[in-house]
Design a protein around this ligand. Structure first.
Ligand code: UGA
Length: 435
């Protein structure tokens, strides 16, 4: 199948490569010329495990190319819209300008019978609005939300855990389902659960899924807050409630909270859209979810301040982690970077390290101290703060770290270290929601 993918960011670059890997003939289109040049030469513009290999093999097969020219989308039967929908500056709502621009530029390229497939996360009601001009071009619109996780993006795209098709009613809808089943033939053969539905449900599935995940994380972080005033241990609490299969242990890791380019902005955009629809009260709890999440960042900062006896000026704070989660270089709304920035703002001499995200963090916050060398980061540190659970940080030998640092306090913002091992090596170990 000839496919175009409009937008080659974290979502689109992976989607284009994966579709080519599955045997389709794909053109990835983006307005960012340096990014397109990089992708065309087989290099991934961001860190994503497995993407460089998939990209290169797809390009070598001759089935994948990249372009800045939307005219190259002409001739494809299926056109994926995979552009970003960031939070609007000064508002909770999603910024739809890239989606609108992608559809507008695509319209003149469409032929009768083409299928436009929205993958971007959008406020409910967007697809119905975009369908009108697309249908006027003789094409059909489907909404097919994406559930990939950064760090596992390639495998999530090639082997998704479910497929959701939001399609119009009638014959156009049936044709859309058939085309999508051809695109995702390998997943269909593997009997991947499929939900065929209307636009509104498909759009809502995506935001509801992310809202649920965010709520689950903030729920356990709220329990951490209660644990902190009662002496209870939130990690044992999570294990114990997680054994109930109705609850499940996944996404119950208390810590510095969620971040990234999706969960935070999606719950805010959902709230904004619900308010527009006159149903703000249905999702008021998401504001609490957001507040709990942001409080956890401050909690880590407060622990560091207390450990330093309020003497931040001149104190060296080693911050382990900058990306919003391990196996990613993404620092969008990263709790780790936020903690580093807050500590620096209080006068601390912050040195932050991350295996992949230093350059992205430096571009946003050049005022912080950065390092790519663990020994240098830990040397003479008055307090050590772990905020992203990269394996290299989890594996630090506390005895070795004690020979480098000046202070002996480790703040484990992800509850991921072996508390006993660190205490035995002479450290004061402080987790979140743990005695
Ligand atoms: C999330 C969803 O998990 C994907 O299903 C969705 O497709 C994606 O957003 C999207 O909308 O595109 P992602 O942002 O890659 O994926 O990251 P997650 O693995 O969900 O982690 C989000 C944040 O929650 C991270 O900062 C992570 O550290 C934090 N988290 C996760 C916790 O604090 N505790 C947990 O138990 C789990």
């Amino acid at each position: 199948m000839k496919i175009s993918v409009i937008g080659c960011g974290y979502l689109g670059a992976v989607h284009a490569s994966a579709m080519a890997e599955l045997g389709h003939e794909v053109v990835g289109i983006d307005t960012d010329a340096p990014k397109v040049a990089m992708l065309a030469s087989g290099r991934a513009p961001f860190f994503e495990p497995g993407l460089p290999e998939t990209l290169r093999s797809a390009i070598d097969s001759g089935r994948l190319r990249f372009s800045t020219d939307i005219a190259d989308a002409a001739g494809s039967r299926v056109h994926f819209i995979a552009v970003g929908t960031p939070q609007q500056p000064g508002s909770n709502a999603a910024d739809l300008r890239y989606v609108e621009a992608a559809v507008q530029s695509l319209l003149p390229q469409l032929a009768a019978g083409d299928l436009v497939v929205g993958k971007s996360t959008v406020p409910v009601g967007t697809a119905a609005r975009l369908a009108e001009p697309i249908e006027a071009s003789g094409a059909t619109l489907a909404w097919n939300p994406e559930f990939l996780r950064e760090g596992f993006a390639v495998q999530d795209t090639v082997r998704p855990d479910r497929l959701v098709y939001g399609v119009p009613s009638g014959e156009a809808g049936e044709r859309a389902v058939n085309l999508l089943n051809e695109v995702y033939a390998s997943a269909v053969v593997a009997r991947t659960p499929l939900v065929v539905t209307d636009y509104a449900t498909a759009e809502l599935v995506k935001v509801a899924a992310n809202a649920f995940l965010a709520t689950k994380i903030s729920f356990i972080n709220a329990m951490a807050e209660i644990a902190e005033v009662t002496g209870a241990d939130v990690t044992q609490l999570a294990d114990a409630i997680g054994f109930d299969s109705r609850i499940g242990r996944k996404f119950l890791n208390a810590g510095v909270g969620f971040g990234g380019g999706c969960l935070p902005k999606d719950i805010r955009a959902f709230t904004a859209r619900a308010e527009e629809l006159g149903r703000g009260d249905s999702v008021t709890f998401l504001k609490e979810v957001d507040s709990i999440n942001l409080r956890r960042r401050q909690r880590v900062v407060d622990l560091a301040v207390t450990a330093l006896g309020d003497r931040l000026h001149g104190a060296k704070v080693a911050v382990l982690g900058l990306s919003f989660k391990p196996h990613s270089d993404d620092v969008r709304d990263s709790p780790a970077l936020d903690v580093a920035v807050r500590l620096h703002g209080l006068g601390a001499d912050v040195v932050a390290i991350d295996p992949e995200a230093v350059e992205n963090a430096r571009a946003r916050h050049p005022q912080l101290g950065y390092s790519t060398d663990l020994e240098q980061t830990l040397r003479d540190a008055d307090v050590v703060v772990l905020v992203t659970e990269w394996p290299q940080f989890r594996e630090i030998d506390p005895v070795w770290a004690a020979t480098l640092a000046r202070g002996r306090t480790i703040i484990d913002g992800r509850n991921t270290l072996d508390a006993t091992g660190w205490r035995d090596a002479g450290w004061t170990y402080l987790g979140l929601g743990r005695p």
